[in-house]
Design a protein around this ligand. Structure first.
Ligand code: PLP
Length: 318
């Protein structure tokens, strides 16, 4: 283990994977690691996943690794096998234990880039790129803001609902490192007094948030559970693991589920709307532009307790 930089003030743990260390090697995240010619750094040509680990157990690990592989397939980037990633996550957790304890809540980010142009790191395509993961304690502000209702603005993503099918080179639906647009949308929202964004297509369909999946609920009849609806994946949105895990648990609990081409009007008319993501969990929305929405803390709590069950995800296109 990397004694030379062990330091309790270093909150993050980083692990790289390469052909010599297929099960990972701990490194110091405060020291330079990446070559400046890495295509992940200079072109955003890479993919990532962000998982949530509670008390040292990553949630939805298989679903995240499956989605990493799916993104790698869409971008044609070779990545190490699932066993390597799993072992590397285990090594990162072990490093925390060696430092005195695993933080209760961790964000675990897995990154794979195409590596350096014309200089594969290995002849084995599964190790030809650059691979690392980083474990970081979830910020106190995130923990205390969970459940706080969000004011959201709808922003045009600039393509229509058929773009994913028509233009596969847009790599829609892959979780790529090219998040500059997503971050710009969040800054635009913030500058206009909003907390978050829901993207729409140019022909008026609801897509997703810059870092989240949209979920709506329609109340059931008296004594009946609500129906949960999320946008169809065919528009090129990311298949959300949080949404998928909620759907599995909700279905087991006898709730009705639906996938819609959703429009802004469907959001305004919904009984409740949430933005879902692995670390923030189910975040209730109480305003979409000038439309007020009711929040239901009990239902939000129920969705989050579904996530505590850590069930396999349910997607129509797995
Ligand atoms: N959509 C986008 C664009 C995202 O970046 C994310 C997560 O960061 C999600 C949806 C939600 O995915 P998950 O629930 O798997 O975290």
């Amino acid at each position: 283990m990397a004694e030379h930089f062990r330091d309790d003030s270093v909150a993050a743990v980083a692990v790289r994977i390469d052909a010599e260390h297929p099960n990972g090697a701990v490194f110091d995240p405060h020291q330079p690691q990446l070559r400046i010619t890495d295509l992940g750094a200079i072109r955003g040509d890479g993919i990532f996943e962000t998982m949530y680990a509670v008390n040292g157990t990553p949630r939805k690990l298989d679903a995240h690794l499956a989605r990493l592989r799916r993104s790698a397939g869409i971008l044609d980037i070779g990545i190490p096998p699932a066993d390597s990633w799993e072992a590397a996550v285990g090594l990162g957790l072990e490093e925390y234990r060696a430092r005195g304890g695993v933080p209760e809540e961790l964000a675990v980010k897995l990154v794979a880039t195409r590596g350096v142009e014309n200089e594969p790191a290995s002849e084995d395509p599964a190790f030809a790129g650059t691979y690392w993961l980083m474990l970081t304690p979830v910020a106190e502000s995130m923990r205390t803001n969970r459940g706080k209702p969000l004011a959201v603005t709808l922003l045009d993503r600039g393509y229509d609902s058929t773009a994913a099918e028509r233009a596969p080179w847009l790599v829609l639906g892959a979780k790529t490192l090219s998040y500059a647009v997503n971050m710009a949308a969040l800054r635009h929202a913030d500058a206009n007094g909003f907390d978050d964004v829901i993207f729409t297509t140019s022909d008026g369909q609801v897509l997703e948030g810059p870092t989240s999946t949209v979920l709506i609920a329609k109340a059931g009849a008296e004594g009946e559970p609500p129906t949960l609806i999320t946008p169809v994946l065919e528009t090129g949105i990311l298949p959300g693991t949080t949404q998928g895990a909620i759907f599995t648990a909700a279905e087991r609990a006898g709730w009705k589920l639906g996938y819609g081409p959703l429009t802004p009007e469907d959001l305004y008319a919904a009984d409740h709307v949430w933005l879902l993501s692995s670390v923030r969990l189910a975040a209730p929305v109480n305003r979409i532009d000038e439309h007020e929405l009711a929040v239901n803390p009990e239902l939000t709590g129920q969705l989050n307790s579904f996530l505590d069950q850590d069930l396999p995800v349910n997607h129509p296109v797995d």
